[in-house]
Design a protein around this ligand. Structure first.
Ligand code: BES
Ligand code: ZN
Ligand code: ZN
Length: 502
């Protein structure tokens, strides 16, 4: 979808559909909506009086202009009550509007910015919200189909602003919105690509291309180097597959590492999770192509950090493996010693995410990090606990927790704190190693014990773990999250990074 910003009058827009808005409780619309109402002989006022157009948040009403305006259709979108309007609501509004425009069959759409004037939103934030939400809502997953692709979406969105002096601010906001949305879309595409294509090597090649485009520093560690580092827990997972593992290291502002705060982001990159010899049931197994969502997020966030030129040293670490079964594959009962020198016993080969993260978190100890945050589709148990309402947040660092929760609140990518009681350590005691990777057959506290396992391999840095298993693949669409790969966590962490220096 093409997006451009233009100075002018929305009444004159040459488009298939124009979007205006309405606060809840307004009976006589003003501004652009008032002007459209006048041009349509009071149609909007009349619909309000009838109760057919109420200004309720995200409600859309389609009108036909019957030659009274150059555009044949007008869409009125509800902003909700004025006193609670904010950036999150502006995103809901933009998402609802663009999807209603698509449903109406419009290809060229013109819109005003929601909530900047009387809404009280900063014009930069309002434009970011509009562009970000419109792009994310319009996302379609990559598909390999023969024949012509289905070109059913909105092709162009023109943001029309009457006041010339606001244009540069809107341009700035729109640019930010585009970077954030396109970075999340980059992540969504990686997670949605089938695993016969999206192998560890393929993902590394995409990361190389992206680094080239954005100026990020990149290094890809191969098997030999990982072996030299003693990453035998990670390699225990990798050795069951014919696809060679890759450990991707991306860095933004590497040359300024000494002077800038260092944030290390780690992402679980299992390009497909069969479960290994602790084989998964076959129903729903296809979705395990998104078991690399954590890694995909990290690559997207690094992309955004570079393009937004954030004044931070940001490091992305993504161990990429495929969890398969061959003659070399790990087996339950195996014991491996990882990079920290600590050992672990395999109880389930399906608890592979925590294994590859164990060595990645150990590697993160090489940076003098102000924070290390990992993201992983780690457990089915987090879905049982939280459903598709929030990702699980595990941390014992109160300052980092506050930063993450503030970003969650600002973006609507909700996190919920989960316990990391010391006693959970007892659940993963092993008779044969320092820890075991699963409590099976005892299934209690599956999420907290997974976090406790990770904690065992962390070094001395502020650390948080986000379990995004329930949020990585959207089942029931909601504004900005069409069904499928969600890249949940990209907007959240980009926000946290933007706010880092206060
Ligand atoms: N990739 C899965 C977790 C998962 C499940 C993600 C469903 C998304 C949707 C992970 O590797 C796994 O299999 N975890 C096991 C851990 C258990 C064996 C301790 C689980 O959750 O069952
Ligand atoms: Zn698994
Ligand atoms: Zn997994």
């Amino acid at each position: 979808m093409e997006i451009d910003i233009r100075q002018g009058d929305i009444l004159e827009a040459q488009a298939d559909l124009i979007i205006v808005n309405l606060f809840d409780g307004v009976t006589e619309p003003g501004g652009a909506t008032g002007a459209v109402d006048k041009a349509l002989d009071g149609q909007i006022t009349q619909l309000i009086a009838l109760g057919d157009c109420s200004g309720k948040l995200g409600e859309t009403t389609l009108l036909y202009t019957l030659g009274k305006l150059p555009a044949p259709r007008v869409l009125v979108v509800g902003l909700g009550p004025k006193d609670v309007f904010d950036g999150k609501k502006a995103r809901v509004v933009a998402a609802r509007a663009i999807s209603a425009a698509k449903k109406a069959g419009a290809k060229r759409v013109a819109t005003i910015v929601h909530g900047a004037g009387v809404g009280g939103l900063d014009p930069i934030e309002a434009a970011q919200a509009l562009v970000e939400a419109s792009l994310l809502e319009s996302y379609e997953m990559p598909a390999q189909r023969s024949g012509n692709g289905d070109e059913s979406g909105v092709e162009s969105l023109t943001v029309v602003e009457f006041h010339a002096e606001a244009i540069p601010l809107l341009e700035t906001g729109a640019q930010m919105g585009r970077i954030v949305a396109e970075s999340a879309i980059f992540s969504r595409d990686l997670a949605a690509t089938p695993s016969n294509i999206a192998t560890p090597g393929w993902v590394a090649a995409r990361a190389l291309e992206m680094a080239e485009e954005t100026g990020l520093d990149i290094r890809i560690m191969e098997w030999g180097e990982m072996e030299e580092l003693g990453m035998n827990i990670l390699l225990a997972v990798a050795k069951g597959s014919d696809e060679p593992p890759k450990f991707i290291i991306l860095e933004h502002n590497k040359e300024r590492a000494e002077e800038l705060p260092t944030i290390v982001l780690v992402g679980k990159g299992v390009t497909f999770d069969t479960g290994g010899y602790s084989l998964k049931r076959s129903d729903g197994m296809w979705k395990m192509k998104y078991d690399m969502s954590g890694a995909a997020n990290v690559l997207g966030i690094l992309r955004a950090a570079a393009l937004l030129n954030l004044p931070l040293h940001v490091v992305g670490l993504t161990p990429m493996v495929e969890n398969m079964i061959n003659g070399h594959a790990q087996k339950p009962g195996d014991v491996y010693k990882g990079m920290t020198g600590k050992t672990m016993e395999v109880i389930s080969t399906d608890a592979e995410g925590r294994m590859i993260l164990a060595d990645a978190l150990a590697y993160a100890g090489r940076y003098d990090a102000d924070a290390v945050i990992d993201q992983a589709t780690l457990t089915g148990a987090i879905s049982v606990a939280l459903g598709q309402q929030a990702a699980g947040l595990f941390t014992e660092d109160e300052a980092l927790k506050a930063r993450l929760l503030a970003a969650a609140e600002a973006t609507g990518e909700r996190l919920w704190p989960m316990p990391m009681f010391d006693e959970y350590k007892d659940y993963i005691k092993s008779d044969f190693a320092d820890v075991k990777n699963s409590t099976a057959p005892d299934r209690g506290a599956g999420v907290s014990t997974s976090a406790k396992f990770l904690q065992h391999f962390t070094e001395d840095y502020p650390w948080a773990h986000l379990d995004i298993a329930s949020m990585g693949w959207t089942k029931k669409p909601r504004p900005m999250y069409p069904a499928g790969a969600a890249a949940f966590g990209v907007r959240l962490l980009v926000q946290m990074l933007r706010d880092w220096n206060g």
